[in-house]
Design a protein around this ligand. Structure first.
Ligand code: NAD
Length: 544
């Protein structure tokens, strides 16, 4: 029983280490990479705090070095999903009853472990399993995940402090209960931080969780689970399982105690989930919360007054960092005819300097795409340009090779038609399409930017003319949930740019912000009257 109110001050963002030659962090990371590569990890599921193994093991290999075996994970079945739900529901009451400062300490300790003891192992696992370079791993699996944990503790404390008015004679209170049932967290391959945030945000609010990561992120997800258990997460609060997507959906979405889904991944999968939940709506004890952040077709709109060098640098980073496999990656750019030739020339020259290869060679800027399916999909779009009968042409890159890993060369397509397929569809790889428009009619192209795709995740505008910036900001008001002025559309930082998109890009519940946490809470209002009335009559209905 506590007798004081506890506060968690707004944290500072975790500093990003730079891994420059000769630095201590570079040495530590290289050692962690070597250690992990020397092991063949046997990765279990975690149900009710225990390691669970199955009869079916699947290989894990680095996307950039498919000849090397990193380990195996134990594939889950429907039976494992049921065990995970049962374990979660059994843990629910004690977890929901635990005082906030004790719940908070578990996640603060996990952040601390990640920032110190586990930083190198976690970054190395992300580099090897998901083919990220050292810097991309650092900003994801170390800094962003640490920030998610610390900022969410701070935000949840703010929510718990929000209380209604109490006029004299009454006390009104708000309790922020967890949801009744279990939460399903389904996470994508491309960010270890998202993998960690989607189960922990609801758990922090007192909920119990079944967590299914993408198969291609299990290698680093399991390291985070080890950290959570070391931080003292009680058995059953988060249960990590590896069944197929349809298996988990089939069981969880039919369960009467299903209370919500926290999803990040593709739009198609999210829409299937929503439909299935709708079909089962009468079977649930409560209306499930549906939170999903999905795909994007993120734009760069360049005004005739833009600074060429900043456009070039930001397209180069925005489109090709992490091989364009960020939901926020720049994937279509609109260049004004007065600047287009200079931008193209400089951009091509820059992209040609990007070295591609394995992650343990730190001179590589670009690594491999995640798997064979993605490789084949990207190759199909590149081949499509080659056969597009002049509608589009490749002006940089365009080669691919799967001899040692899933390597797609950073590629720039120029589309004559602003609605060419690669201007409209999410490709999710290092392939960027540009379209040159008439600089004298720059306002006309804004309509095209706005309606070319169903997504509205991120977008960037570049200009030096302030009136133009204002016009573009207004006209593109619904085109992106994260809108950037003279900056690349990637790299959102927790606490600085709350992240999420609208339209087909998701429910825009802004991961890592206070808005997201409200979705995992079920408020109860309590009114207490100090001296209750003893007579039902009011003055107005007394006779004159
Ligand atoms: P994906 O949709 O293929 O997979 C996401 C997760 O859903 C995985 O765990 C997968 O196993 C699971 N899944 C697949 N089919 C399922 C089904 N029928 N039922 C239940 N679960 C199922 O996405 P991905 O390839 O891992 O990630 C890339 C996608 O994620 C891109 O579209 C990208 O834009 C999006 N993304 C969005 C954001 C954002 O914040 N908006 C962030 C990261 C990634």
């Amino acid at each position: 029983m506590h007798n004081a109110y506890f506060h968690y001050a707004e944290p500072k963002n975790e500093p990003v280490l730079n891994y420059a030659p000769g630095s201590a962090e570079r040495k530590a990371l290289q050692q962690a990479l070597a250690d992990l590569k020397a092991e063949t990890r046997d990765i279990p599921m975690y149900i009710n705090g225990k390691e669970v193994r199955s009869n079916s093991q699947k290989e894990i290999r680095p996307p950039h070095e498919t000849g090397h075996l990193l380990g195996h994970f134990h594939e889950g079945t429907g039976e494992h999903v049921k065990q995970a739900i049962d374990a979660a529901l059994a843990a629910r009451q004690s977890w929901a009853d635990m005082a906030w400062e004790h719940r908070a300490s578990i996640f603060m300790k996990a952040a601390e472990l990640l920032a110190t003891k586990y930083r190198w192992r976690m970054n190395a696992a992300t580099m090897l399993g998901q083919s990220k370079n050292a810097y991309q791993a650092e900003i994801d699996s170390a800094c962003e995940l640490i920030d998610f944990l610390r900022f969410n503790v701070h935000f949840l404390t703010q929510i718990y402090n929000q209380q209604p008015l109490s006029p004299q004679g009454f006390h009104n209170r708000m309790e922020y209960r967890p949801l009744e049932g279990f939460i399903l967290a389904v996470t994508p391959f491309n960010f270890t931080a998202i993998g960690g945030n989607l189960p922990t945000a609801p758990a922090m609010c007192g909920n119990v969780v079944v967590w299914k990561p993408a198969n291609t992120q299990i290698y680093s997800a399991s390291v985070f689970m080890e950290i959570l258990l070391e931080a003292g997460l009680p058995a059953g609060v988060i249960n990590l399982v590896y069944p197929s997507g349809p298996t988990i959906g089939d069981i969880c979405f039919k369960h009467p105690d299903f209370a919500g889904v926290h999803f990040t991944g593709s739009t198609g999968v999210f829409q299937t989930m929503w439909k299935t939940i709708g079909e089962n709506i009468a079977n649930y004890k409560s209306y499930p919360r549906i939170v999903g952040e999905t795909g994007g077709k993120d734009f760069v709109m360049v005004h005739p007054s833009a600074n060429v060098d900043s456009v070039v640098a930001n397209i180069a980073r925005g489109a090709f960092e992490y091989q364009g496999q960020k939901c926020s990656a720049a994937s279509r750019a609109y260049l004004p005819s007065n600047l287009a030739e200079e931008i193209k020339e400089k951009l091509i020259a820059e992209v040609r300097t990007m070295k591609m290869g394995r992650v343990d060679d730190f001179t590589n800027f670009v690594n491999a795409v995640i798997d064979e399916k993605s490789f084949n999909n990207l190759a199909k779009y590149i081949d499509g340009v080659k056969n597009s009968a002049g509608k589009a042409k490749i002006i940089c890159g365009g080669n691919y090779d799967k001899t040692n890993g899933w390597f797609i060369e950073p590629t720039i397509i120029e589309a004559m038609d602003p609605y060419y397929v690669t201007m409209c569809e999410e490709l999710f790889g290092p392939v960027m399409t540009i379209h040159v428009y008439d600089a004298d009619k720059w306002e006309d192209i804004l309509h095209v930017v706005d309606n070319t795709s169903g997504y509205a995740l991120t977008g960037a505008i570049f200009a030096q003319d302030r009136y133009a910036l204002e016009t573009m900001t207004k006209k593109l008001v619904n085109a992106a949930g994260n809108f950037y002025i003279n900056d690349k559309p990637t790299g959102a930082v927790v606490g600085q740019q709350p992240f999420g998109g609208a339209r087909a890009s998701g429910t825009n519940d802004k991961a890592g912000s206070i808005l997201n946490l409200y979705r995992w809470l079920n408020a109860r209002t309590v009114k207490e009257t100090y001296v209750p009335v003893t007579n039902y009559r009011y003055p107005f209905h007394q006779a004159d």
